[in-house]
Write a protein of this length. Structure first.
Length: 533
């Protein structure tokens, strides 16, 4: 059959138009369009004023991400997670790096705009094409506009929870959850007020009178901690400046003393040579066997004595001239050493004060039967923990401190990794990545979370240390799993669900960039090297 050129051109145009439409559909804001059709506000924010994002929940089955602040859902969007063989692993992560412009060094044409990395091996949230099904190499693709908006809202450390089926957080209260130390509260109450206007400047910090109180974790409390950190940082900067000036002064004094010191060493060397000549003349005099020899030896001795006297005077003059400069150089060197030590102490104090402004993260692993504490992505404490019926599963739960009530009690929420203990069994592969995206998120398994808390007994010393640093955003993870090898330098805890596909991790797996003792090292609380599976 003969080809019709006009028809062929028409088909080609339609094909190109179809491809363009697919590309647009991949980045189209489906959730926003649906909400607008329903007369609701789109996913760029709820009707209320949104606070600072605390965590994100990525549902693999529903192919969507939901962002929560202390009062509930604030953003939602469709996503495209890892395709078969490259699955995005279900687990607990946090943002460890942000780059507005980034390209993959593994895959060609792997542009990753507004990249928020959740593992150092390359899994991230980023803008990309959404074909309506899992299609990435392990990352979580977001619509471009949503990725840009989210990038502007989040900070390093945002908790990212990847679940098989969508779970929404539920409020929870339990005696085992951390609460402020009363002694710390009294200390905070005794602290002078600070300017509350600066506390309101940051998104997500409430400005109500109750929130502006002195309660630990309140806006004022956090501002006090930040003020202390700022003061310590300023002190460290000033100490660094003083240390630099002291080093320069020591170098100048050493340079000034150097010529005088060389002259003194030369005079001392000449004096030593004169003394050797005198000794030689004395030996010659003692061995003289004739009057002529004696006379010559006496003359040589007299000359040597005169030379010794001359060089002694030169040494004395050089020492008088050089000693002041040498003493000044030695004093300057000691002052530089002391300034350097003061700078190191000030930097350490500033780092500690800055860490106290960050939420604390606690991980209890049934696998290792140990408790681990991190703050600002740095290890703080580690030790054993008693778990009742440690041979039986306990589940996996993420508890988050949302804020403080008027009575200074901590508000907590929980996200369970599964809807119930029974649903933790591996699901059929066909269920993963369904594209209807119309199912409602299930409530977290509060009963299972409370049962897990009932089974753990946190040592009192660890509890006291943790309670001193509980701020909004602090978290407690309880899991049957151990910490992933992805947990390391500059990360929070990474916990993977062993019963779920982990293609996105396996395709990137490599040796750890750091040895355990490189990034855990000696703890100020006597911690031990961290466990990784």
């Amino acid at each position: 059959m003969k080809s019709n050129p006009a028809l062929d051109r028409c088909v080609a145009v339609l094909a190109i138009a179809g491809l363009a439409l697919l590309a647009v559909m991949g980045s189209f804001d489906w959730a926003g369009a649906q909400s607008r059709r329903d007369g609701k506000r789109d996913e760029f924010g709820p009707s209320r004023t949104a606070g600072a994002p605390l965590f994100a929940v990525v549902s693999l089955s529903d192919q969507r991400v939901t962002i929560y602040d202390a009062n509930g859902k604030i953003l939602q969007s469709p996503v495209s997670s890892g395709a078969t063989g490259y699955e995005t692993p279900a687990g607990i992560y946090s943002v460890v790096q942000k780059k507005a412009v980034h390209a993959s060094n593994v895959y060609e044409d792997g542009n990753m705009p507004f990249m928020q990395r959740i593992t150092w091996t390359g899994i991230a949230l980023h803008a990309g094409v959404l074909p309506g099904q899992p299609a990435s190499h392990g990352c979580v693709r977001l619509p471009y506009a949503f990725a840009q908006h989210l990038f502007d809202l989040t900070d390093i450390g945002l908790r990212v929870i990847v679940v098989r089926d969508d779970i929404r957080p539920s409020d929870i209260a339990h005696p085992a959850l951390f609460k402020p130390n009363p002694a710390r509260r009294e200390a905070v109450l005794a602290t002078p007020p600070v300017d509350r206007s600066s506390a309101r400047a940051r998104v997500g910090v409430a400005s109500s009178e109750s929130e502006s109180s002195s309660s630990p974790g309140s806006a004022r409390h956090l501002q006090i901690l930040k003020s202390i950190a700022a003061a310590r940082t300023a002190e460290a900067e000033a100490a660094g400046k003083r240390a630099g000036e002291a080093r320069q002064a020591a170098a100048r004094k050493a340079a000034e003393a150097a010529p005088a010191a060389r002259m003194l060493r030369a005079a001392e060397s000449n004096h030593a040579k004169a003394e050797e000549l005198l000794k030689a003349a004395e030996r010659q005099l003692e061995g003289a066997s004739s009057p002529e020899g004696t006379t010559q030896a006496e003359q040589a001795k007299a000359k040597a004595l005169a030379k010794v006297a001359e060089t002694q005077a030169q040494v004395q003059a050089a020492r008088t001239q050089a000693q002041a400069k040498i003493d000044a150089a030695e004093r300057a060197a000691q002052e530089a050493k002391a300034s350097e030590a003061a700078k190191d102490a000030a930097v350490e104090a500033a780092d500690a004060a800055t860490r106290r402004t960050s939420p604390v993260s606690v991980f209890i692993s049934r696998k290792t039967q140990r408790l681990y504490v991190r703050q600002a992505h740095q290890p703080v404490f580690e030790g054993p923990i008693a778990i009742r019926d440690a041979d039986k599963p306990i589940g996996s739960y993420v508890f988050t401190a949302l804020g403080y009530r008027d009575n200074a009690e901590v508000r907590w929420s929980v996200v369970s990794m599964y809807r119930s203990p029974d649903s933790a069994a591996p699901a059929a592969q066909a269920k993963r990545g369904r594209t209807d995206a119309r199912t409602e998120a299930a409530s977290a398994d509060v009963a299972g979370a409370k049962a897990a808390l009932d089974r753990v007994a946190i040592p009192r010393d660890a509890l006291d240390r943790i309670s001193e640093v509980v701020l909004p955003g602090s978290s407690l993870i309880i899991s049957d799993e151990g910490a992933s090898i992805e947990t390391g330098k500059d990360t929070d805890f990474v916990v993977l669900m062993s019963g779920e596909p982990q293609g996105g991790i396996k395709t990137r797996r490599r040796e750890p960039r750091y040895r355990n003792d490189d990034f855990f090292g000696p703890s100020p609380f006597g911690g031990f090297p961290f466990f990784s599976n």
